[in-house]
Design a protein around this ligand. Sequence first.
Ligand code: SUG
Length: 448
Amino acid sequence: MKSYEVNFDGLVGPTHNYGGLSYGNVASQSNSQQSSNPKEAALQGLAKMKALMEMGFQQGVLAPQERPDVAALRRLGFSGTDAQVIERAAKDAMPLLVASCSASSMWVANAATVSPSADTADGRVHFTAANLNCKYHRSIEHPTTSRVLGAMFADQKHFAHHAALPAVAQFGDEGAANHTRFCREYGEAGVEFFVFGRSAFDTRYPAPQKYPARQTLEASQAVARLHGLSDDGVVYAQQNPSVIDQGVFHNDVIAVGNGEVLFYHEDAFLETEQMLAELQGKLAKVGGQFQSICVPRSAVTVEDAVRSYLFNSQLLSRPDGSMLLIVPEECRGNERVWQYLQGLTSSGGLIREVKVFDLKQSMQNGGGPACLRLRVALNETELAAVNPGVIMTAPLYGTLTEWVDKHYRDRMTENDLADPQLLLECRTALDELTQILKLGSVYPFQIN
Ligand code: SUG
C-alpha cells in the first residue's frame, strides 16, 4: 500500500504578536514589543503550504486557537462580561493578557507527538497532545489542540488520541519538536528518536545552567509507552545542555531527520557516537540503512544555527529518492550557512536542492519552517479517513487567503490586544473557519 508523510501546517491566528514570552528562545526575547503583522504572517504560512502542495507533497492545515483566551483569564480570577475580563486584565496584569492572546499554537510541531500505525502495538496512528508545560502561554493550548486533532482524525478505527501528560515540569512535553522518525518507507516500521533536555528523576543526567530544558526524559518515555512502541523501535538521546544555554530550546533547532537520514550539528547531542550506533543498529533491524550528515562547528557555529534556523528546515523526500531542504530566508542571509548549503547540494549527496521561504513574521518569534508543521505518516487507507476539509487544495488555498484578507489586521501591538473588539473579530473569523475546514465546534466560545 502507498504511504505518505503529510505535513499539517499551523495556520497563524489573527492575534499573532511579539509578546517576548519565551525565555530561552532568543528570537522571542529580542523582538519583544515590536509591532507584528498578523495578515502577513498568515499569508506567508499559506504560501509555504501552497508551494509544497504544488510540488506534489501531501499538505494539510491545522486551525489556530481562540485568542484572547477569556476562559483562561477567568481561571486566573478576572470576572464580569468578556469585555470586562479583558479590560481588567489589561489594567491589572498586562503580561497575563498578552499570554492569553498569543498565537503560539501556530507552531504545530509542538502540538503533539505522532506515531504512525506501522510502529504501534495496536496498528493505529497515535497522537499525544503536548502539555507545553514550560511556558504558561503554551500550556493553555492542549485542550483545544486535542479537540482540533480529534475533529481532523476522528475515525477511531485508525486513530488513537491521548490526553496531554500531567501538567507538571517533571513531565514537560513539547511534542514532535523533540521527536524524529527514521524509516525506509513511511508505511514500514521505523525507529522513533526521542530527544530530551533533562531528566526529572535521575540526577545522573546533566542539565543546562541558564535556560530551561523543556522536554524531560520521563515525558518522552511516557509518550512511547502510551503509543505502544517496542523497545527495539525507540532510541532516546540527550540534547547537549550547553546548546540549550545558547538558545536551542527544542531539538528541531539543531537537528532534522527524514527517511533514513539525520542532518545535525556537531554539538547537538551528548554521547553522539553511541546514539548514532544505536540508531544505525535499530534501523538495520527493520531493513533500513541509517545515514547521518554532521554539520561541523568549524563550518556553522551554534550561534549561526540559532540565528539562521538552518536545522529548523523541512527535509523532504522526492519521488526519485533524493531529498529537498525547505529553509527560511534567514539561511540565505547568513554567509557561512549559505556557503555550507551550496556545498551540501553540489556534493553529490542525498540532499540535492534547497528552497527558500520568507517566514519572517514567524521567525521573529522563533518559529521556522519545521516549527510550523506537524508530520503525520499515513498509509492510503488512513489518509482517506482524515477529515477531507483540512487537506490543502488549490480552492482551499484560495478560500483561506480570502478569509485572512477579510478578517486579519495588518498591524498588532500590545495596546491592540486590550481592544475588546479584537475578541469579537477573532470569534467571527474562527466561526467561519470551522465551517471552511469542516471541523464542527472545537472552540470554547462554540461549546460553552
Ligand atoms: O515555544 N515562540 C515559540 C516558538 C516555538 C518554535 N517551535 C519549534 N521549535 N518547534 C516557543 O518558544 C514566542 C511567543 C512570544 O514571545 O510572543 C513563542 O511562544
